[in-house]
Ligand binder design. Sequence first.
Ligand SMILES: [Zn+2]
Ligand SMILES: [Zn+2]
Ligand SMILES: [Zn+2]
Length: 348
Amino acid sequence: MLIGLCGGICAGKSAIATYLIEEHRFRRISLARTASTPAVEKSASNAHVPTPKSDNDDGDASFPDVDALLDFVTLRWRERWVTTDIWDENVVDALMRRPFFLLVSVEAPVSVRWERFRSRCASHKLTPPILGEFVLRNDAHLYTPITGLAPLLHRAHVKLLNSTTSLTSLKTSLAALDLPNESRLRPSWDQYFMQLADLAAHRSNCMKRRVGCVLVREKRVISTGYNGTPRGLRNCNEGGCTRCNEGSHAGADLGTCLCLHAEENALLEAGRDRIREDSILYCNTCPCLTCTVKITQVGISEVVYNQAYSVDTKAASIFATAGVKLRQFSPVSSQELVPVRSSPHMCL
Ligand SMILES: [Zn+2]
Ligand SMILES: [Zn+2]
Ligand SMILES: [Zn+2]
């Protein structure tokens, strides 16, 4: 796999790269700066401040452009590579196309990064900038049109907040995070179908909540559904259902609601004939009672849900009695925190 680390000045890219190299047998890979990229990590006086490197960095592979780097890694993607040379959007575009690449962004409060930068300057006998100068330098680094790195951070698969000032606590957090886990590169079936259910939920027009559902058999999608008023009627969010628009509490006055639930729509779409044994229903919200009995009646074997709903216990007991497996799936978070702070500040 190839991990790319991007982040603001002194956010902790090098510390994380060093951790991966020393603890997880990653090897550093370097990419030449492109002409359009401004030299980053300079002090306010424009003196270059070297980035800390690991002792184990000998034998780095370095490449003049991203295509050459990709040619190299494609043949060796089962080995572990890490780079902090995520220079611009073109580099990210090229890397993101490959299934072995994971983009990790690292952020930290500007005051913490300034302290780290001051320590780094001091260790190289350079005059550190004052906070105001550092902020201007930081703004240019992140927000200069075209070359600013901020848009790249938003594209990261994993987003880290590294506000710790202790290398030990950073390492502890990284160990728990398990960045080298290759399951981050490709979603599991559960993740895949739940993401499809989330996508379906975005089409919901019901004023009460967005629910999406995917019906699956033998790893193939049979049908999808989201909640809203039936065809031919005005959409719920355009006033189609009085009950939903009057702000009734969850589960109250359901008898007067015109909205079909996501599960009902998926079941109607699939039809009884296409739902056989081993069909699995993925739903971003645990089914309500009326959906639970319908799901049970059509012979679904398993229900996987993400968010809890108010009648979960009753639904669970109906499913248990009828022999329908019910389980909650919690997707891996792409937002990770390394929030421990202690003093003195360290240059990470
Ligand atoms: Zn509605
Ligand atoms: Zn309604
Ligand atoms: Zn329902």
